[in-house]
Design a protein around this ligand. Structure first.
Ligand code: ATP
Ligand code: PYR
Ligand code: K
Ligand code: MG
Length: 585
């Protein structure tokens, strides 16, 4: 047992200090003051949770004490929702081979049939993203229904995310050719007045206040540098501009104005969520989406408002992800991360508002804050951009993907590569293989950077849960267990385990479908549906026996078990949290 000693030698925190002497490994209360914590090899002590004890760490001292498994698993089998893709991956590659980084695909015309969606699901898509900027609401609803049907009928577990259009000043798309060349020295007229058809050298903006606060001499950047102009005249609200750096106008190209090397902050009155966005959100709620990604978030209140709205409108929880794609959002990053259920680093539009060379450092900072605050984070845009047209990525793109994996982003996102590209499935397989390779490199080289986590919990039970998860992962890594099982209603404990980025995969058993779909975005977590009972031992025995019957868990596999299922009868007292080590017999 000495092997465990190092992992849990000292327990710090509000609970006092608890030391563990492996040589005196009997059922013993180490509480110094209240509340107390038990370390025990015996499951009998689990019954004593009521008497001021806040957590029990139970360890199977003797692996021969392994569980005896149920005889008939047929009934249980149908109750256990292990998705077909994880099952296959586990069978093929074993526990350590399971991919930890989650993959998000933007669905567009190139991949919207049921057959194409199924191939993406088989290829490892964890979350399907629908960008409401494009196509019709009806088209999006139809895609959502196809995904839900695939989940139900074919045993996939793909979550659905809608991404709002949001308000940003951009060029009105007149249906002109996909790009227009801009020559150096040419003079262009920018206006918000309605134009019929296409006029040469004339560009229509979508918002009448687009030139507010802009002065002659300011620099106008298209899409963060696709083309550059100098403002040479301001006539009412219209601008005459001369091209100083030639380039291209793409459909829906975005404006940004610069003065003395700094972004001009315009105080325009576009709401973060337009009436169209609210209608899209209503339709997303009706269709039962799992996440709403909010474009151009400016502050935490906007996120909180949307969360409040959802809680009054939706019968199930829907995660709100804040997209960080403006200077304003970067300034209020900490507050926004705290208010939201996750973050998307929207590097496309972010690159319009900050110099491109700032993006890598900003990405690193955002991923790190998200991990500290225990919020999932997606790295998005241009990961494999060249694959929109070509069947192979550039080496630089693969290096960018690897860096995001090395930073422990929870998810990587494909945009045009899957939505309109010719090689979407191949792009997905590049993300999958690159993630797998980088994850195993980090593990083999022991480059797993330890988190010195900021405490996120405030209330005592939350802080205890957090400490248990931190210790559990340290134990799991030191012992080299095959996997971590967690039993969780709302996913909190599973997320706290994931936050520590363990070597072994985390199987999160929950009886709540929305928890399962939300956990899909968490690094290293495979969420499963299971009918949970108040009896922890029964939950563990049931899940192990079903996985054993499927042939994906076998004799000798070691499992670290964490539970935070609060028995209903004790819902008003403390959470019932424990760590156990099981060896499958
Ligand atoms: N549902 C769709 N229908 C048609 N085209 C789409 C759809 N979704 C995406 N696209 C195309 O794929 C491209 C890349 O998608 P992406 O989601 O990155 O859009 P975007 O226009 O850059 O906006 P955002 O900043 O919200 O990501 C888009 O420019 C668009 O041409
Ligand atoms: C994803 C997104 O919205 C962006 O990169 O701008
Ligand atoms: K969008
Ligand atoms: Mg964007």
């Amino acid at each position: 047992m000495a092997v465990y000693g190092g992992s849990l030698a000292v327990w710090h925190g509000h609970c006092g200090r608890v030391s563990w002497s492996p040589s005196r490994f009997d059922s013993k209360c180490f509480g110094l003051g209240r509340p107390r914590i038990y370390l025990s090899p015996s499951k009998d002590v689990m019954g004593r949770i009521g008497c001021g004890v806040r957590a029990i760490l139970q360890v199977d001292v003797d692996s021969r004490q392994g569980l005896s498994f149920g005889k008939d698993t047929r009934e249980l089998d149908s109750a256990l929702g292990l998705d077909v893709v994880s099952e296959e991956e586990l069978r093929e590659k074993g526990f350590l081979g399971m991919r930890k980084t989650k993959l998000v695909c933007t669905i567009g015309p190139s991949c919207c049939s049921s057959e194409e969606l199924e191939r993406l699901a088989l290829g490892g898509m964890n979350v399907a993203r629908l960008n409401m900027c494009h196509n019709t609401r009806e088209w999006h609803c139809e895609v959502i229904r196809k995904i839900k049907r695939l989940n139900e009928e074919k045993g996939f577990c793909v979550s659905v995310m809608i991404d709002t259009e949001g308000s940003q000043i951009h060029v009105i798309d007149h249906g002109s050719p996909s790009s227009v060349k801009v020559e150096e020295g040419s003079v262009w007229f920018f206006t918000a007045k309605k134009i019929d058809g296409c006029l040469p050298f004339t560009v229509e903006a979508n918002y009448s206040g687009f030139s507010e606060d802009i002065e002659v001499g300011d620099e106008l950047l298209i899409d963060g540098g696709m083309a550059t102009f100098e403002v040479i005249e301001k006539i009412d609200g219209d601008l005459r501009c001369k091209c100083t750096d030639c380039g291209l106008f793409l459909p829906r190209a975005k404006f940004s104005f610069w003065r003395d090397g700094k972004l001009v902050k315009q105080k325009y009155e576009l709401p973060t969520l337009s009436p169209k966005d609210w209608a899209d959100i209503d339709s997303g709620i009706t269709e039962g989406v799992d996440f709403i990604a909010m474009s151009f978030v400016n502050d935490a209140d906007e996120v909180r408002n949307l969360k409040t709205y959802i809680s009054t409108k939706s019968t199930k929880p829907i995660g709100v992800l804040a997209k960080i794609e403006s200077l304003e959002a970067l300034r209020k990053l900490g507050d926004i991360v705290e208010a939201s259920d996750g973050i998307m680093i929207a590097r496309g539009d972010l690159g319009v508002e900050i110099p491109l060379e700032h993006i890598p450092a900003v990405q690193k900072e955002i991923t790190s804050i998200c991990r500290q605050l225990n919020k999932p984070v997606i790295v998005a845009s241009q990961l494999l951009e060249s694959m929109v047209e070509y069947p192979t990525p550039t080496r630089a793109e693969v290096a960018d993907v690897s860096e995001a994996v090395r930073q422990y982003a929870d998810g990587l996102m494909l945009s045009g590569e899957s939505a309109i590209g010719l090689y979407g499935e191949k792009a997905l397989s590049i993300l999958r293989m690159t993630s797998n390779r980088m994850e195993s490199w980090s593990r083999q080289e022991n480059r797993q950077s330890n988190l010195w986590p900021r405490q996120v919990g405030v209330a005592l039970p939350d802080r205890i849960a957090e400490q248990i998860c931190n210790c559990a992962v340290e134990m799991a890594n030191n012992l080299g267990v095959d996997s971590i099982f967690v039993y969780t209603k709302h996913g909190q404990m599973a997320s706290l385990l994931s936050r520590n980025r363990p070597y072994s995969p985390i199987f999160a058993f929950t009886d709540t479908d929305s928890t399962r779909m939300a956990l899909n975005l968490r690094w290293g977590v495979t969420p499963l549906l299971l009918n949970l009972t108040d009896d922890i031992e029964a939950n563990v025995a049931k899940s192990i026996s079903v996985l054993k019957a499927k042939g994906v868990v076998g004799e000798g596999d070691s499992i670290l078990v964490v539970s935070d299922v609060t028995p209903e009868s004790r819902a008003t007292s403390t959470a019932f949290q424990s760590i156990q080590i099981k060896t499958v017999s």
